[in-house]
Design a protein around this ligand. Structure first.
Ligand code: 4NP
Length: 152
């Protein structure tokens, strides 16, 4: 049974904090009691809030992610969380490399939960600047993930 989810991207200041905030709100609305967090495979932005463009786009859609702070993925995360959800294939490969022997967390791509979108990654809006486009995809993936967990 999945009770804890860690969203992971590269910097933890754009895609994964958004996935954290959106999924936390949708899970609460669905009555699911989940522990939800996010982290980056890199540490360049540790301690920083999400990037302003994404904070604004999220706020427009009713999600407050301004209080989140970036941190780097740790070895302990692989046993603290049931499920680690990556934003792109590079994140997933980096997660596999960081995984300690015997760690139990399942690792998946976020877009795998919403195959109907045809997306194979959440594009990095930190670079594309298409914050609302990334948010739309994150919302769809989060809805599907929450629905999958609620059905169990
Ligand atoms: P994120 O975007 O992985 O969605 O948080 C990034 C933000 C910053 C950097 C890379 C990705 N960076 O290298 O500074």
């Amino acid at each position: 049974m999945t009770r804890s989810i860690l969203f992971v991207c590269l910097g933890n200041i754009c895609r994964s904090p958004t996935a954290e905030g959106v999924t936390r709100k949708l899970a609460a609305a669905a009555g699911l009691d989940l522990v939800i967090d996010s982290a980056g495979t890199g540490n360049w932005h540790a301690g920083e809030p999400p990037c302003p463009g994404m904070v604004r786009a999220a706020a427009v859609s009713g999600y407050d992610i301004s209080g989140l702070r970036a941190r780097q993925l740790t070895r302990a995360d692989f046993s603290r969380f049931d499920l680690i959800v990556a934003m792109d294939g590079q994140n997933l490969a980096d997660i596999a490399r960081a995984r300690p022997p015997g760690a139990t967390a399942e690792a998946r791509l976020f877009t795998d939960y919403a195959p109907e979108t045809g997306a194979t990654e959440v594009p990095d809006a930190y670079y594309t600047q298409d914050y609302s486009g990334a948010l739309d995809l994150i919302e769809i993936c989060a809805e599907r993930l929450v629905a999958a967990l609620a059905a169990r």
